[in-house]
Design a protein around this ligand. Structure first.
Ligand SMILES: [Zn+2]
Length: 42
C-alpha cells in the first residue's frame, strides 16, 4: 500500500517507525507528513 502526496502527486515514503497504530508517510519532495490509521481485521 502506498500513499501519494496531495501536493506533488508522487509516492510518499513510509517511515519504519510506527506509533499509536499509525503509519507515518513523508513526501520526499516537499516533506509533507501524513498519517495512516492502521485498521484491525478480524
Ligand atoms: Zn509533496
Amino acid at each position: 500500500m502506498t500513499m501519494k502526496c496531495p501536493c506533488c502527486k508522487i509516492a510518499m515514503k513510509e517511515l519504519k517507525r510506527t506509533f499509536h497504530k499509525k503509519r507515518k508517510w513523508v513526501c520526499p519532495k516537499c516533506g509533507k507528513v501524513r498519517f495512516q490509521i492502521i485498521k484491525k481485521r478480524d
